[in-house]
Design a protein around this ligand. Structure first.
Ligand code: UDP
Ligand code: MG
Length: 323
């Protein structure tokens, strides 16, 4: 097993995180649930503090600890991906968890049990969010609602604390999209999956690395890399404007016939509404095609075979558009 921990300027929490994760791994090894070769994989996401030095020291004194350092700050999602794709080469299952211990490490043994029961993906789901600020809780809720409206299937209240089997991670690697939004993609993988619940805690130390600006960027990323609903909104807006335009056309013509207008008003109002609406429709139509291109460029696997009577699934490939 590998535990992947993305770290961005986390020097304050690394000691405690390592201690707690080591205790969990020791315990699991003792119970013969996981191999003694299991690892904690720290991914330094271009930190500007002593994070990497600390990781190096820890890897010397603690046989569980390994580290990879990214060349610059790539962001949480890419740091996770880098860690998982590195770890998958040497592990059967991979758990991802934040460095700040907000996700309860005691959930890890439960996840491992589920894995041993045969689940490929185990989502850690927050039971309560008491410790998050009012603001964070509500913006997060609004985000899940919005995503749902846009047709993106997310596991509510699940962040990036999850266990994935090797074949699930290997399949994930076949999603070649540039803008990776793991919470949206993982449910698309399929495979037997389940949830475990836990209470989210306060950040152990240090400040959140997700200020409001990054949160908005994250939400926009999530929506635009999964959904073409915004494009469809433009088209329907266009149709509505044309519909309103027709009503206004009738009104302006009546007023004009009754001679209550100054010259030029009727033609101006008519053209503003009708032409405006038609332009929006036109943009929407172009958008539909751009949306198609957008989907094609992702080259996502068209299907994934989980298993068959022919032999191991790995050998049989997938409906890859990605050759
Ligand atoms: N993180 C990262 N790169 C970034 C931002 C954050 O690797 O650019 C890591 C960070 O070190 C932490 C995790 O992502 O382990 C989640 O960040 P944080 O706890 O600050 O987010 P929050 O819990 O406030 O949403
Ligand atoms: Mg956090």
């Amino acid at each position: 097993m590998s535990i992947v921990v993305p770290c961005f300027n986390e020097e304050e929490v690394l000691d405690e995180t390592t201690k707690e994760l080591t205790a969990i791994l020791d315990h699991l090894v003792k119970n013969r649930k996981i191999s003694p070769d299991s690892q904690i994989f720290f991914v330094d996401d271009g930190s500007r503090d002593r994070t990497w030095t600390l990781i190096q020291h820890k890897s010397e004194e603690n046989h569980f600890v390994q580290g990879v350092k990214l060349s610059r700050n790539f962001g949480h999602q890419f740091a996770l991906l880098a860690g998982m794709e590195t770890a998958v080469k040497i592990s059967d299952c991979i758990i991802s968890i934040d460095a700040d211990l907000q996700d309860d490490v005691q959930t890890i043994p439960k996840m491992v049990d589920k894995y041993l029961d045969g689940f490929d993906i185990v989502y850690g789901v927050r039971d309560k969010r008491d410790t998050d600020t009012f603001f964070k809780r509500n913006t997060a809720l609004a985000f899940y609602r919005l995503m749902n409206r846009m047709g993106v299937r997310l596991v509510p209240n699940h962040a990036d604390f999850r266990l994935m089997s090797r074949r699930a991670v290997e399949e994930l690697a076949h999603y070649h999209e540039e803008n990776i939004f793991l919470r949206g993609i993982v449910p698309l993988l399929g495979f037997p999956s389940t949830k475990v619940y836990y209470n989210r805690k306060e950040r152990f130390a240090g400040k959140s690395k997700y200020p409001f600006k990054k949160m908005i960027a994250f939400a926009v990323e999530g929506i635009t890399s999964f959904s073409v609903v915004p494009i469809k909104l433009v088209t329907s807006l266009g149709f509505s404007i044309v519909a309103i335009g027709v009503v206004i056309a009738v009104y302006t013509l009546v007023v004009w016939l009754m001679d209550h207008t100054i010259s030029g008003w009727t033609s101006l109002i008519l053209s503003i509404w009708l032409v405006g609406g038609m332009q929006l429709i036109a943009i929407g139509v172009i958008g539909e095609y751009v949306g198609k291109i957008f989907k094609e460029t992702k080259r996502r696997p068209r299907y994934t075979i989980e298993t068959s009577t022919l032999g191991p699934a790995e050998k049989q490939g997938r409906g890859s558009g990605n050759k």
